[in-house]
Design a binder for this molecule. Structure first.
Ligand code: AMP
Length: 317
């Protein structure tokens, strides 16, 4: 695997790929790699196999960049400072997965120095980004400025890497919607591939933040999965029943999830339990929405503060 740190080195790779006629499949990450990330690499490999069947070929580029702009206070937060850094192990994992290139730039490579003004002399806050309203809800509300930061960094990474394909995981469902919005607006030539949410055997969704948990905390964090599965079970039981009745409400389902989450002391705060239409992302609810009842294929999203760490999870009904 070739490891590159600068845009100049990356441009050499791009020239090489142009000459050899190969496609580039890009997987952006913040490192601390786990099997969820590896599942994205496997999606990329599947894409390349398909290309090969039609007589083309492709290479995989993973980036590792912990983006300060998507954390609270532009990187001055504890969450940013404590974000796990396991670069040497990450490199081994990527080599074992036969990834072709790793791009791991310094902050100044992505947010170049500006002469005056900006945070720590970089252009972190250079762009005023106005996102559609849907990105002010859920994670956009819980983590103010988060999606603006993600939008900014992925836009820069796409401009720099110029991939043909880019892979994102549905673990961050709202983020996938943001990337699709970005792609439509600025990058019609990049095809977005989405990968399903990947879980540990216990049901816990893989996340780099899990590394900050003790074994016991990890076991107890399965409560998110439990809440989602119980909500889904209830939904299926009612949905499959010949006489749907008043129980068939989003409030009832949310109450089931809430009760389960509240039974775990390490859940310090429930940010939201939300049911949304998977395509339009409108909130489902009897009082609030034109879509009153959940249907098969809709999505439940939850977000909690668990033992001081922000965790999200989701499940398709
Ligand atoms: P991160 O390093 O957390 O920024 O994640 C990089 C990419 O991996 C994003 O597209 C995530 O959605 C994806 N990802 C992280 N965890 C999982 C998971 N458990 N299952 C599927 N994709 C994931």
């Amino acid at each position: 695997m070739q490891i590159v740190k600068t845009i100049t080195e990356l441009q050499l790779i791009q020239k090489f790929l142009k000459i050899s006629g190969e496609k580039l499949v890009f997987i952006p990450t913040m490192g601390a790699l786990h099997d969820g990330h590896i599942s994205l690499i496997n999606e990329a490999k599947n894409k390349i196999k398909k290309l090969e069947i039609s007589g083309k070929s492709g290479k995989i580029l993973v980036s590792i960049f912990v983006n300060p702009a998507q954390f609270e206070n532009f990187g001055d937060s504890e969450d940013f400072k404590k974000y796990p850094n396991t670069l040497q192990q990450d490199i081994k994992k990527l080599e074992n997965s036969r990834v072709d290139y790793l791009f791991c730039p310094e902050i100044s490579e992505i947010y170049p120095e500006k002469k005056q003004g900006d945070h720590k002399g970089t252009s972190l806050q250079e762009e005023k980004i106005q996102l559609p309203e849907v990105f002010s809800a859920l994670e956009g509300e819980t983590r103010k400025g988060h999606f603006e930061g993600v939008f900014q960094v992925v836009k820069r990474l796409f401009e720099i890497v110029q991939p043909d394909y880019a892979v994102f995981g549905q673990k961050d469902f709202q983020q996938v919607m943001l990337i699709q919005y970005l792609q439509k607006k600025y990058f019609p030539n990049i095809a977005i591939i989405t990968a399903p949410l990947f879980r540990e055997k216990s049901g816990l969704a893989y996340s780099s933040r899990n590394m900050r948990f003790s074994e016991e905390e990890k076991l107890r964090a399965v409560i998110l999965y439990k809440a989602l599965t119980e909500m889904k079970k209830k939904f299926l039981a009612i949905n499959n029943h010949p006489y749907k009745n008043t129980e068939f409400s989003t409030d009832t389902l949310a109450d089931i999830g809430r009760e389960i989450l509240e039974s775990e002391k390490l859940v310090q705060k429930i940010h939201y339990i939300s049911m949304r239409d998977k395509k339009t992302f409108i909130e489902i609810g009897e009082k609030t929405s034109q879509k009153k009842y959940p249907q098969k294929g809709d999505i439940i999203l939850i977000s909690v503060e668990f033992s001081g760490i922000h965790l999200i999870d989701n499940m398709i009904l």
